[in-house]
Design a binder for this molecule. Structure first.
Ligand code: A2P
Length: 341
């Protein structure tokens, strides 16, 4: 099997580290691995497949110098905006985890379980965008239901883990919990989040837009329609919760037609990388501690609306760093190899 030179931009970050784990687990066909980060981390070492690999500084020329063929970007939107075109220019396919290119019409936005064929549009710019973490797990559940019943409207509330704010976000929750046990919670000002996150919920992720929704909420609205390839009504409320690394979502779905819970459950059971966990008699339903460190999206609490036969409610949980970022990026790369490599 052909092997590829693979770069990871943001190699020392939370998603970067998870990418290495996923690449290792799927035995990704790597010829040379090129970990890239800022000048601060250049020269440090990361371990991959039992070997030490040097971290290089991200520069405009490194992709050409290292003959990179596949470049995963996970170092923030402004880094992707500047450097991804250099990687593409050097002939690499860029799989970008940031929001920077997602809504550009000529850049495919891909969840391989939903719209794998869109990958072929990578040729337009050399870039494939990885969707927002909350969007990925939601569309994995919406797509099979849309195929059977036709979705007309979605209302979602998210319960998003601190891993979505990177390592610094996770550290902030841990250090505030340590402060709590040392009776000094609240003594140091929050740095990553707008307010204390330990023992709290913050209904504010990313910046507020003119329409009073946050940018995170509008990502879910716009990205979902681009991935599913249809216009529908969507409304989101995104909330940061003191959970380390799995996002949960309460989703209400309106369909064109009346739904059967049994058929919905069957469609979800048949969907790739979706696990139905739904047995109230055994207190069985998805929770962050079940989803964390796995590659599946868990769905449960599937029930019909009390008043309307064309409305379902459900609860969905997935690991933000894996399903919502690294795993989806690697699945895109595997599909790209299958289709174009
Ligand atoms: P570094 O560790 O050298 O700062 P997280 O999302 O966990 O906060 O991680 C962010 C990732 O993005 C890290 O790997 C970080 O590298 C990388 N990064 C941040 N700023 C830059 C930059 N200016 N150039 C290259 N990589 C960067």
């Amino acid at each position: 099997m052909r092997k590829y030179n693979v770069a990871v931009v943001g190699a020392t970050g939370a998603v970067g580290e998870e990418l290495f784990r996923v690449l290792e687990e799927v035995d990704f066909p790597i010829a040379n691995l090129v970990p890239l980060a800022s000048a601060r981390s250049a020269g440090s070492m990361i371990e991959f497949q039992g070997k030490e690999h040097k971290v290089y500084e991200l520069t405009e020329s490194v992709f050409e110098e290292k003959e990179v063929e596949i470049a995963f970007f996970s170092a923030g939107g402004s880094i992707s905006a500047h450097y991804a075109p250099y990687a593409a220019e050097a002939g690499a396919v860029v799989i970008d985890n940031t929001s920077h290119f997602r809504m550009e019409a000529n850049v495919p936005l891909v969840v391989p379980e939903c719209n794998p064929d869109d990958i072929s549009a990578w040729k337009n710019t050399g870039i494939i965008a990885n969707p927002n973490c909350s969007t990925i797990q939601m569309v994995q559940v919406l797509k099979p239901l849309d195929d059977v019943f036709g979705i007309s409207r979605v209302d979602v509330s998210t319960y998003q883990a601190v891993s979505g704010a990177g390592k610094e976000g996770m550290n902030e929750l841990v250090s505030q919990m340590q402060d709590f046990f040392a009776f000094k919670l609240g003594e140091s000002a929050p740095k990553v989040f707008q307010h204390q996150i330990a023992l709290n919920l913050i209904p504010h992720i990313d910046v507020f837009m003119e329409n009073d929704y946050t940018k995170e909420e509008m990502k879910m609205v716009n990205e979902t329609q681009k991935i599913l390839g249809k216009t529908m009504e969507i409304s989101a409320t995104c909330v940061r919760v003191p959970v380390i690394r799995s996002h949960s979502e309460s989703i209400t779905i309106h369909f064109d037609n009346d739904v059967s819970v049994e058929r919905a459950i069957q469609a979800l059971k048949d969907a790739p990388n979706v696990v139905v966990l739904d047995d109230p008699s055994k207190n069985e339903y998805p929770m962050p501690i079940i989803a964390s460190d796995t590659d599946d999206t868990y769905v449960g609490r599937i029930r019909k609306d009390i008043n309307r036969d064309n409305v379902l409610h459900l609860w969905c949980v997935a690991d933000q760093l894996r399903v919502g970022a690294a795993t989806n990026a690697v699945r895109i790369a595997q599909k790209w190899i299958e289709m174009e490599g």
